[in-house]
Ligand binder design. Structure first.
Ligand code: GLV
Ligand code: GLV
Length: 318
């Protein structure tokens, strides 16, 4: 296990395994040294589990149980090839992440951070009709890019809580949502028609820079872009330029292309709300992620597959 996690995970693992907590994020070379001979790995999203790491761990390795729902830090085909299961932590962080996407949408739309600075810096000179006007949220159109668990949870909050009209684009298609009024459409149409756009696709080769200069230029000048998925979904340098030139009105970001760095110029864009990757950051959710990640490990060590498994085909191997 790379870092200690809140909740019952460590106690659960210690009941059945010899647990080593590295306690820090190691550089790849030191990480490879540290995991030599492991039966199970419980990395977090800053650890890169690639061919070299798998080779270093060696033939005893049975499972890589990521402390995250996103799996872009793990070479899944390389794991599958070696008969190593990959687990992750879906479901348990859906609500916390959807809540944070709404927080960013509201905060960027209503210019909350900019306004907070006005107060703290003593610039508030009394109520005025034209002071710090933002974008109306209720009744606006929300475009949800990536209509999986988190995208759907955001759509539900926006539709039921804020009477927003929902457009959704998903590379795999958008299924009807029963009680929820959602219109599936192309990415092009979503970008042209939405007042708010929120990104919820996993990071893959196909989704890298899904939103670049051309996509930003096709959005409304009043639009707000929200990202709680992975930074490289958006071309961050192009976003900075779009914000500087008023191509779109603002952005609410929780993730960055090159964490913990930000693109030059982003910090100076007052129309942004910038958070340090906090999507799942509540005590309850981080504990639940730990418990699921631990149970994914224990399920494999007991001869089964992870409860949440990215490569169930490993079971078919001789
Ligand atoms: C966090 O970013 C996660 O993928 O769980
Ligand atoms: C605002 O404070 C209002 O009373 O309209």
């Amino acid at each position: 296990m790379t870092l200690s996690v809140p909740g019952p995970a460590e106690a659960l693992l210690r009941e059945h395994c010899e647990l080593q907590v590295l306690g820090e994020i190691l550089a790849p070379e030191r990480y490879r040294e540290a995991i030599r001979g492991a039966d199970a790995l419980l990395p977090q999203l800053r650890d890169r589990i690639d061919e070299a790491a798998l080779d270093a761990a060696g033939p005893h390795l049975q499972v890589v149980s990521n402390y995250a729902v996103g799996l872009d830090n793990i070479d899944i085909p390389a794991c599958t090839k070696r008969g190593v299961y990959v687990g992750n932590t879906p479901e348990v962080l859906t609500d916390a992440t959807a809540d944070l996407a709404m927080t960013l949408l509201l905060a960027a739309g209503r210019r909350v951070v900019e306004a907070d600075h006005e107060m703290r810096e003593g610039r508030y000179a009394g109520w005025r009709p034209d002071y710090l006007l933002g974008q109306e949220v209720t009744g606006a159109t929300l475009g949800v890019i990536g209509f999986g668990r988190i995208g759907r949870a955001v759509a539900r909050r926006a539709a039921l809580g804020f009477s927003m009209r929902i457009l959704a684009y998903d590379p795999g298609g958008v299924a009807r949502q029963g009680d929820l009024d959602v219109e599936g459409c192309s990415l092009e149409r979503l970008l042209m028609e939405s007042d708010f756009v929120s990104c919820h696709v996993p990071l893959t080769e196909e989704t890298h820079h899904l939103i670049g200069a051309a996509e930003l230029a096709s959005m409304r000048r009043s639009a707000i872009l929200v990202n709680t998925s992975r930074g490289p979904i958006i071309d961050e340098a192009a976003l900075v330029e779009a914000l500087q030139k008023g191509v779109i009105a603002g952005a609410g970001l929780d993730v960055y292309e090159n964490e913990p760095q930000m693109a030059p110029g982003l910090a100076a864009c007052t129309s942004t709300v910038l958070l340090p990757h906090l999507g799942s950051a509540t005590g309850k959710t981080r504990a639940a992620m730990g418990e699921l990640a631990a149970r994914n490990v224990l399920a494999v060590l007991a001869g089964g597959a992870p409860i949440a498994c990215a490569n169930p085909e490993v079971a078919q191997r001789p």
